[in-house]
Design a protein around this ligand. Structure first.
Ligand code: PGA
Length: 258
């Protein structure tokens, strides 16, 4: 168990990943509730709270969250800065809407958009270059876990980001999300999650002493009921929340747990 001063070097985060859900009307209700609750509870030492929404909602986030303590951003970003890349969105464009954070390498993008770890690293670098914080998502599938390959998989996913993590540790967040726990209701037990987070920390320690400052979040069926125990593990610095981030009451309970 780490002493308090050691733990507090790393920021604690609760980040909502809305995925391809919601609507302007539903967002308005959700954001209003989150802003009202955070206005009362945010302060020194409070966890950082953020939401990552589909691109078209960025103006709504800017209007609603601009000037509040809640950060916001997107769920993907181009590895390119500009040019003939139809359908892609650059990190600078996200910044124009006040976004400060962006998910990269979510397992759904690795699966449905064939994103490789090298591409994910390029996206993370593009985000950092534009002043955004990339949340680099890693995690093994059930087959990889059952074959004893969980650690090797995560190490392989992190490897292309090594240089970036060593050079810009303060501008990066990692989210460990076992694929078998995402949207399935099956959460890694606190002990299983802690073991993987400890492994990730040991990989980070190999990069540079500064990498010890990188926050490592857990994601995968985090709910109000299990958040507190997960977040109390010494190497878990908060969570990346999918389904439960769409319901204000659930999301806010998870924020309180952090
Ligand atoms: P979940 O999703 O909380 O719905 O499991 C987490 C994520 O995919 O980021």
């Amino acid at each position: 168990m780490k002493c308090d001063s050691e733990m507090y070097k790393r920021n604690r985060w609760v980040i909502g990943n809305w995925k391809m859900n919601s609507s302007l009307v539903a967002n308005a209700t959700l954001l209003e509730a989150i802003v009202a609750a955070r206005d009362e509870s945010s302060g020194v030492g409070a966890s950082r709270v953020a939401v990552c929404a589909p691109f078209p909602y960025l103006t709504q986030l800017q209007r609603t969250l601009g000037g509040t303590a809640i950060a916001y951003g997107a769920q993907d970003v181009s590895e390119h800065t500009s040019g003939a890349y139809t359908g892609q969105v650059s990190a600078a464009m996200l910044g124009e809407f006040g976004a400060t954070i962006v998910l990269v390498g979510h397992s759904e993008r690795r699966l449905y958009n064939a994103e490789t770890s090298a591409l994910v690293a390029a996206k993370a670098a593009a985000a950092v270059a534009a002043g955004l914080t990339p949340v680099i998502c890693v995690g093994e599938t059930l087959a990889e876990r059952e074959s004893g390959l969980a650690e090797a998989t995560v190490a392989r996913q992190l490897a292309p980001c090594a240089a970036l993590m060593a050079s810009s540790p303060k501008n990066i967040v990692i989210a460990y999300e076992p694929v078998w726990a995402i949207g399935t209701g099956k959460t890694a037990s606190p002990a299983e999650a802690q073991a993987m987070h400890a492994f990730i920390r040991s990989e980070l320690a190999k990069l540079s002493a500064a990498a010890a400052d990188i926050s490592v979040l857990y994601g995968g069926s985090v709910k109000a009921a299990n958040a507190r125990e997960l977040f109390s593990q010494s190497d878990i610095d908060g969570g990346l929340i999918g389904g439960a981030s769409l319901i204000a009451e659930d999301f806010l309970a998870i924020v309180s747990a952090a």
